[in-house]
Design a protein. Structure first.
Length: 211
């Protein structure tokens, strides 16, 4: 899902940078004065784990790749705003240091994985957790990455410089990540459930903090 340079038209890159910068700025303001105690090191731990997991990529047809994203995990464990900032930091380091994703496409990659995946995953879990916690965690991980992939497919498909059209890119990204998202959903369920059982005090959504 890390879109490389040369896949997106310049105007799309610019629009996605503006949108992502606005959401990051808003998230930073929402967090001002709210991070405390054990939540601070938790951000670093979760970000480091997601960073390592995201470095494992495998190609899929259509010109992009698939990998574990972890946006829903970040959003649920840290709250959507801290999760967004942590994911954006991970994606920026991967781009600038490891060349994973293009610099021109960084705004789009942040939007897809640090905004769509994080916020959608958080909202799904928050809305459904009272009915069935495990199902809500699974759906958060699955739908979060799926919608992030759909967003990437739209961005690539509407770009005139890319070889394939919107129908192809959205279909490829949606189908493959719909299937692979099942694994993401299972990992999200197991990882977050472990933390909720062992240290529920660390999870902002449990205390209605930073929502």
């Amino acid at each position: 899902m890390h879109i490389p340079d040369g896949f997106l038209d310049p105007w799309i890159c610019a629009v996605m940078y503006i949108i992502s910068a606005a959401v990051i700025g808003y998230s930073a303001r929402k967090l001002k004065g709210k991070l405390e105690g054990p939540q601070v090191p938790l951000i670093g731990i979760v970000a480091a784990g997601i960073f390592a997991a995201q470095m494992l990529n495998w190609p899929i047809p259509g010109g992009t790749s698939a990998h574990f994203v972890g946006g829903a995990i970040a959003g649920i464990l840290m709250g959507p705003y801290a999760g967004c900032l942590a994911m954006a930091s991970v994606l920026t380091i991967q781009c600038l240091v490891f060349g994973d994703g293009g610099i021109t496409a960084l705004g789009a990659n942040i939007f897809n994985m640090a905004i769509v995946d994080v916020f959608v995953g958080y909202w799904i879990f928050k809305a459904l957790r009272e009915r069935n916690r495990d199902v809500s965690l699974f759906l958060a991980g699955w739908i979060g990455i799926w919608l992030g992939a759909i967003a990437a497919g739209i961005e690539i498909g509407v770009s005139s410089i890319f070889a394939y059209g919107l129908t192809t890119t959205v279909s490829v990204m949606g189908i493959w990540h719909g299937v692979l998202g099942i694994v993401e959903g299972i990992i999200t369920m197991l990882a977050v459930r472990f933390v909720l059982v062992r240290r529920p005090d660390l999870v902002p959504v449990q205390k209605e903090v930073m929502a």
